[in-house]
Design a protein around this ligand. Structure first.
Ligand code: PNS
Length: 176
């Protein structure tokens, strides 16, 4: 099938910070979409304690995908479907790591389609190597002095190290 316009996917999320699991989903989405817009939400459904400012999350994702011109990165306010419609992005991309993700993801997919019938959600399974990975675990491990280099790109790791002053000086045997 030929298209007269590029097929745009939008990959929304909190990305606090972006992990190798997210990177894997973006690369998989590029097999279906001509352009993938990674969209950092200012209004997430489940508000979690934030670590990085939205602008910093965007900057990290831009650095990670600096060599991939088909990837655009931006923050957005308000409803995802309004943003997707404004950008003419008809596919919402979401990663499904495990069955535990399903209920929330299914609910959002149906609600988004109800709000804007012009959209479909495309669920992608990550590389199993990343199926246990989440930004919240990365934040926790980094905050406690652990090594997250396996889970995030070097640019993200550097920012986590600088945020937490990683020096491995936490003594796990040091009881209160
Ligand atoms: O990475 P997350 O936190 O699971 O992503 C959730 C996100 C950002 C995709 C969702 O909260 C969202 O779409 N927020 C924008 C506001 C919105 O459209 N809410 C209605 C969702 S049905």
């Amino acid at each position: 099938m030929t298209r007269d316009r590029p097929l745009k996917g939008i990959y929304p999320g909190s990305f606090d910070p972006v992990t190798k699991g997210h990177e894997d989903i973006v690369r998989r989405a590029l097999a279906f979409c001509d352009v993938v817009i990674v969209a950092v939400a200012r209004h997430a459904t489940h508000v979690k304690p934030g670590l990085f400012e939205v602008a910093e999350r965007v900057a990290m994702i831009e650095e990670v995908f600096q060599d991939v011109p088909q990837v655009q990165v931006t923050a957005f306010d308000g409803l995802l479907v309004d943003f997707a419609r404004a950008r003419e992005a008809s596919i919402i991309v979401r990663g499904l790591r495990a069955v535990s993700d399903f209920e929330y993801e299914f609910q959002m997919a149906l609600m988004n389609r109800q709000l804007w019938p012009g959209t479909e959600t495309l669920f992608l399974a990550p590389d199993p190597h990343y199926s246990y990975l989440s930004s919240s675990l990365v934040r926790e491990i980094a905050s406690l002095g652990g090594d997250v280099s396996e889970f995030v790109s070097p640019t993200v790791r550097a920012r986590l190290d600088s945020r937490f002053g990683r020096s491995n000086d936490i003594d796990p045997t040091n009881e209160p």
